[in-house]
Write a protein that binds this ligand. Structure first.
Ligand code: ZN
Length: 629
């Protein structure tokens, strides 16, 4: 597809570069706010004599400081991710990182001061009722204060993180993004699938292919291409397994040492707190994920039948199912009246999204329409721009931007709807102070999954029977990642952290633990001789020292988003205000409290089972749509 007409951000509308008067003034303001907050956070005399006034002053400063930092960081991140080779962008990111150290140090002092007045909080809330809204935030500060080293130790740890834990994370990025294997084109014209030679990453006349390019080939309709790409990927990673294992050991070593020094029972205790859930919630979620595995294995066996295989191999998980192919298999001939395009133009995608958003809520549709109109979406793939998609907010400018790489698949339409869901979440929270806009990872995907569901449901309703199979299959492909693969990652990470307490792990041990985790989750649905022992070398989520177990929040988000969407299906427009209230409160309490207000009990397995039941319905539908059934 032609991509040059796709929209690109205009960054100069925001700030005319980092040398501009507006940008430098804001950066200067951030520095001053940080200094004032640091001073105020320690101000013992004020804290002891007039705690309510002290606390109010600190929170005001912290909110302003947070907004300034978020604004600057968003602008520079947008710039860097759309021009990664620009050294100036990278330098500015580093400069902001440096300013972040000052903020972190001030936060440590603030927590210590809050701990000093902890038993006076009830009287403070009485004197200034507006501060009672910060109850959860302050309790969270107190929890982390109990797991905080001395101010000097924390400052040293933050400083060393740049050359220690985070440096290992950067080594992982550098090594994994350049690892490559020699690629010779397969002989013979297998399926005539090369009708779009402009597709990036899929075609090349030999030469080296990076691991990212090879992973992209997992979506190729030709099994021999997928098989070869999988072999080549394993070969490419094997060559760099030593530095990658070193990076894993370095990151997990930092995590384990800091966790122990800060007095956590284990690494998971901190992750549960960061996710703002309870241990009971995590246990209920993981337990239901475990018991749901047979549902997904049934889908995977069905997919194997659809592809004419006895069993899937790891490289078949992402094999595409097209309407064309499924209608052929069903003996309906290759020609059918399509109600949905196989390739989407950007304007068709926009219209489709807006139509289905409007069927849910006018507010969501109006917001999304204005995002399209104002050019808040950067959709054009181009050299130097990162892959994937994200949504980012500039709180002071009052804009929320979306970055994606539009190539004309239905998956891209879904991605834009997903990111606009995030953007709408920010929009609902736009007038809230900084602290109340900081929601946990577990609730971060609520609005995006919901928006995505609105569009997918619309697509399913609009689809002709033979078009349904690919859509349902893609949905199940995604759910399998979010439940089955995420569970394998959770098990793997837990095992690695346990071992890491005793010492470093060799690449062989890491491979063995990964295979064990995949066998325990995918079970007999995958060929045991063709799994993926190096998945730990291709997923960046393992390499963040301060954010361990960056996996279960995805499963939480998907199942919670589905739970909300089911409520909407049952209750119709009466659910709209409930939904809006959930989004408004995501930054104000624990996930347990926020979801309880909407009538959900996430500590009970029953709640999670209802999300799985929705997926099970899709699996049944998928199996029914299969040819010969
Ligand atoms: Zn998302």
């Amino acid at each position: 597809m032609k991509t040059e007409n796709l929209p690109k951000w205009n960054l100069a509308d925001l700030y005319d570069g980092v040398e501009s008067r507006e940008y430098t003034a804001l950066k200067q303001e951030l520095i001053e706010l940080t200094d004032r907050f640091a001073e105020e956070a320690r101000n013992g005399s004020l804290r002891n004599t007039y705690p309510a006034g002290w606390l109010q002053g600190c929170l005001e400063l912290y909110n302003r400081l947070g907004d300034s930092y978020e604004e600057l960081d968003a602008f520079v991140s947008m710039w860097y991710t759309t021009s990664t080779t620009d050294q100036a962008a990278l330098a500015e990111l580093n400069s902001l990182e440096e300013l972040g150290l000052g903020v972190q140090a001030a936060e440590v002092s603030f927590k210590n001061s809050v701990a000093e007045i902890a038993d006076r909080l009830p009287e403070i809330f009485k004197a200034k009722p507006a501060l009672a809204e910060y109850r959860f935030f302050l309790e969270e500060q107190l929890f982390f204060q109990q797991h905080q080293m001395s101010e000097k130790e924390e400052s040293l740890a933050a400083d060393l993180m740049r050359s220690g834990g985070n440096a290992w994370g950067r080594l992982f990025q550098a090594v994994s993004s350049t690892a490559a294997a020699e690629w010779e084109e397969l002989g013979g014209n297998t399926t005539g699938r090369r009708d779009e030679p402009s597709e990036p990453g899929l075609v090349g006349a030999g030469g080296k292919k990076t691991v990212t390019e090879l992973r992209g080939m997992a979506f190729d309709p030709d099994r021999s291409v997928r098989h070869k790409a999988w072999l080549k990927e394993l070969e490419a990673v094997e060559q760099v397994e030593i530095p990658l294992a070193a990076a894993m050991n370095g990151v997990k070593g930092s995590t384990v040492s800091l966790s122990r020094r800060r007095g956590y029972e284990g690494v998971l205790e901190k992750s549960v707190q960061q996710a703002r859930i309870s241990r009971a919630t995590l246990d209920a979620l993981i337990g239901v994920m475990e018991e749901s595995l047979p549902v997904f294995r049934e889908y995977l066996s069905g997919k194997a039948r659809l592809l004419g295989l006895e069993r899937l191999s790891f490289y078949d998980i992402f094999a595409p199912v097209t309407a064309q192919a499924s209608s052929k298999l069903r003996g309906e001939g290759a020609d059918y009246a399509a109600s949905m395009p196989e390739r989407w133009s950007y304007s068709a995608a926009r219209d489709f999204i807006l139509t289905h958003f409007r069927s849910f809520s006018a507010e969501l549709a109006d917001f999304a329409a204005s995002a399209f109109e104002k050019g808040w979406i950067d959709a054009q793939p181009r050299a130097g721009k990162v892959g994937g998609a994200y949504c980012i907010t500039l709180p002071l400018t009052g804009e929320t931007r979306v970055m994606c790489n539009f190539s004309g698949n239905f998956g891209d339409v879904k991605t834009i709807a997903h990111e606009l869901g995030h953007a709408y979440h920010h929009h609902v929270l736009r007038d809230a102070p900084h602290i109340f806009r900081q929601y946990p990872m577990t609730l971060a995907e609520t609005a995006s999954i919901f928006a995505e569901s609105v569009v997918i449901d619309g697509a399913l309703q609009a689809a002709e029977p033979q078009e349904k199979l690919p859509i349902v299959e893609k949905l199940l492909q995604d759910s399998t990642q979010v439940i089955v693969d995420i569970l394998s990652r959770f098990k793997f990470e837990r095992a690695v952290l346990e071992r890491r307490e005793q010492g470093e792990l060799s690449p062989e041990e890491l491979k063995r633990l990964m295979l064990e985790a995949q066998t325990a989750t995918y079970g007999d649905a995958l060929n045991p001789d063709e799994l993926h022992p190096y998945m730990w070398a291709v997923k960046p989520h393992y390499y963040s020292p301060e954010l361990a177990f960056y996996n279960f929040p995805y499963a939480f988000g998907q199942l919670f988003g589905l739970g909300l969407y089911n409520r909407y299906v049952q209750e119709g427009s009466a659910f709209l205000p409930v939904y809006r209230d959930v989004l408004l409160s995501t930054g104000k309490g624990s996930a347990v409290e926020v979801t309880r207000a909407a009538g959900f009990d996430i500590e009970s397995p029953e709640f999670w089972r209802s999300g799985i039941a929705a997926i099970k319905e899709r699996v049944d539908e998928f199996l029914k749509l299969l040819p010969g059934t």
